[in-house]
Structures are given as C-alpha cells and as structure tokens.
Write a protein that binds this ligand. Structure first.
Ligand code: SAM
Ligand code: SF4
Length: 343
C-alpha cells in the first residue's frame, strides 16, 4: 500500500488526505519518499540550487507569537533596526557575492511604512536584484505600494492551517487575516510563498495533511518549511522540538505534490542537524537562503537559540554554500530562479 501510494504521488502529484497522513506518520517510508521527491525535483526544477541572500533588517515586532524570540514581550532581546543606507549596503554586498535575489525579512515593524520602505525597494530593484519580502501581515494598499516599488515575491507562512491552533500560538492574530494577506499578495501578482512550522504543540497529522492540501489548492510558488526550535525566552521554551524526520517527510511530500515550487532547505533544519541542509536538498528542496546580515545584528535576529552559521561572515557563507552544494553533485543556479511553469 505504502509503496503504491508513493508511486502514485510521484506520477500524478496528488494524493488523498488519509494516504498523506499515513505517509507523514510512517518513519519507514522516509527514504523512499525522499528518493521520489529528489527525482521529481530533478525532473521539474533541475539540479541548480538557487541562493537567496537573506537580510534581517529589523528584529522589532508588534506581534507576540508564542514560539518566536522576536515576540514583543521578550524583554531579553536587544532590539535593532537597520537604516536605509545599511540595508542598501547589504544588498550591494549580496549582489557582489553573486546572489540574484535578496530576501528582506523582519519582525512586524511598523516603522517600515511604504514611505520608508519603497525608496529602499526602488534602489534595490535598480541594482538588478529580485526582491522577496517577508515582513508579516500588512493591508492590501501597503502590499500594493511595495509591489509597485519593485518587490517580486512575498513569504508569509500560514504556520498551520488549524485555525484554533493558530489562534492559540499567535495570540491577537487572526487566521482569516493571514488568509486575506495571502489572497491579496496573489492578486497583486507577487510570487507567493507560504509554509508550516512543524512541531507546534497540539499539531496533528490531520492538520499537516491539510497544510499540504492547502498549498496545493493555493498553488503556492514557494514553500518554507522548518521544525520548531524551542526558544527558552518564549512561552514555548519547554516545548518538544519539531521532529527533524517528520519535517523531512513533509518537505518530500510537498515536492511530490508541488513539483514546480521553490522549496528552501531552511536554516532551522541545519540548526537541528549539522548537514541537515544537504539532507533536505536531496529530499526535494532546491533553494538555500544564506545570511547576508553582518556582525552583531546576525546574533540579535534570534528567533531560536543556536541558529546555524550565526558566527560566520556573509563572505564565508557564500563560499561554504557553494562547496557544500558541489559536494552533493549539484550546482549554484545562475538565473534569478522564478517559479518554474511547465508548458
Ligand atoms: N515576521 C514575519 C512573519 O512572521 O511572517 C517574518 C519573520 S518570522 C521570524 C519568519 C518565520 O520564523 C516564521 O514564519 C516562523 O515560522 C519562524 N520561526 C519563528 N520562531 C521560530 C522557532 N522558535 N523555531 C523555528 N522557526 C521559527
Ligand atoms: Fe513577529 Fe514573525 Fe516572530 Fe511572530 S514569527 S513574533 S510576527 S517576527
């Protein structure tokens, strides 16, 4: 049964909810799933790995997600906000490292209004870089202003499609508003990325299967999936970490269901298991987001403890990633890596 499901999802890129749940919950199928996902990745998006330079430009956040070190009630975190010039300097450096895309990520920092952010976006766009934003929830008009100023893509994880769990984990936030944001981003012509935080306390296999079906239904262009890493300075400090292997099966299944999507091997998997990024690149993933943030700020963007590569310099990350990608028989893609559309 298990093998026939894997063969079917590899061939048809769809599967019923019950079968998804069984495969996600079965450690014995992990290698077969990863191999099937790796074949589908090779066939649809090729062997090139896209590098996206990550700029963590503010760790100030008005939200209070129970799992995240940037939550507003975490008084232990020393807060920072980069100036427009500092952001542009990092983008320039990212271009110098050969990155074709920069990902501008932050907490939900109200300082970065369209008036502040749009000139920065226009300047980065002029550098010839593709821009991905990951700033959280904003009104339609702001997403529109950012799009017009040159933003191409937007990452906003749904975290979980279980609305009750979402409301528990992200107090004061609304699942419906999260869905509204994803719809707005799509309607504005962004490439839209979403994804799951695997291992939230109370998350079930049912809800993980629903997450996969949700990605498929919304035809997500990008999927950011990572395990929960408990942060002692948050209410989930004593929670169990997300399961590395369940996360791997989930990513493999995401590739099988969404053959054309761009799927990163996330920093969280590398933090949990050194070499985890390569394992995920061989299990369906095709993107890595090396950090371009420098010095003290890199340490202060502390979503969770022990974040991989936090002591490295951006130049080191660039060289290290290229070598690691070469060692698994892949190469760094030279194109900007927009979502692939099979004719
Ligand atoms: N504020 C924006 C948002 O929430 O969409 C973007 C930045 S937020 C730090 C990016 C992602 O970090 C979130 O979507 C969440 O899944 C992840 N994250 C936060 N805390 C985490 C933790 N303790 N372990 C693993 N991932 C975490
Ligand atoms: Fe803020 Fe994003 Fe962290 Fe939630 S996950 S506290 S919105 S930075």
């Amino acid at each position: 049964m298990i093998q026939s499901w894997i063969e079917r999802v590899e061939r048809e890129h769809r599967l019923e909810r019950d079968a998804l749940m069984s495969l996600l919950g079965d450690p014995s199928c992990e290698e077969s799933l990863a191999s099937a996902a790796d074949r589908v990745r090779h066939a649809y998006v090729g062997d090139g790995v896209h590098l996206r330079g990550l700029i963590e430009f503010s760790n100030i956040c008005r939200q209070n997600c129970l799992y995240c070190g940037l939550r507003r009630e975490n008084t232990k975190l020393s807060r920072y906000r980069l100036s427009p010039q500092e952001i542009l300097t990092l983008a320039e450096k990212a271009r110098g490292y050969g990155y074709r895309t920069v990902v501008l990520q932050s907490g939900e920092d109200a300082h970065f209004t369209p008036e502040v952010l749009c000139p920065i976006l226009r300047a980065i766009h002029k550098m010839g870089l593709v821009i991905t934003l990951s700033l959280g929830e904003r009104p339609f008009e702001e997403y529109q202003a950012f799009r017009e100023a040159g933003a191409d893509r937007y990452l906003l994880r749904i975290e979980t499609t279980d609305a009750a769990l979402y409301h528990q984990m992200d107090p004061g936030m609304s699942h419906d508003n999260r869905l509204r944001c994803l719809r707005d981003l799509r309607s504005l012509g962004y490439e839209v990325g979403t994804g799951t935080l695997v291992g939230l306390p109370g998350q079930t296999l049912e809800s993980l299967a629903d997450d996969l079906l949700f990605y498929q239904k919304m035809d997500a262009d990008m999927l950011g999936i990572g395990p929960l890493i408990p942060n002692p300075d948050t209410p989930l400090g004593n929670a169990s970490p997300g399961d590395f292997h369940l996360t791997r099966r989930f990513v493999s299944m995401a590739r099988l269901l969404m053959p054309e999507a761009n799927i990163p091997a996330t920093t969280a998997v590398e933090t949990m298991v050194p070499g985890g990024r390569e394992i995920f690149l061989c299990s369906g993933a095709n993107v890595v987001m090396p950090n371009v943030t420098e010095g003290e700020f890199r340490q202060k963007y502390a979503l969770y403890p022990g974040k991989a590569c936090v002591a490295d310099t951006p130049a080191h990350c660039r060289g290290c990633m290229e070598a690691r990608i070469g060692r698994i028989g892949r190469f760094v893609a030279s194109d900007p890596g927009f979502r692939h559309h099979t004719p």
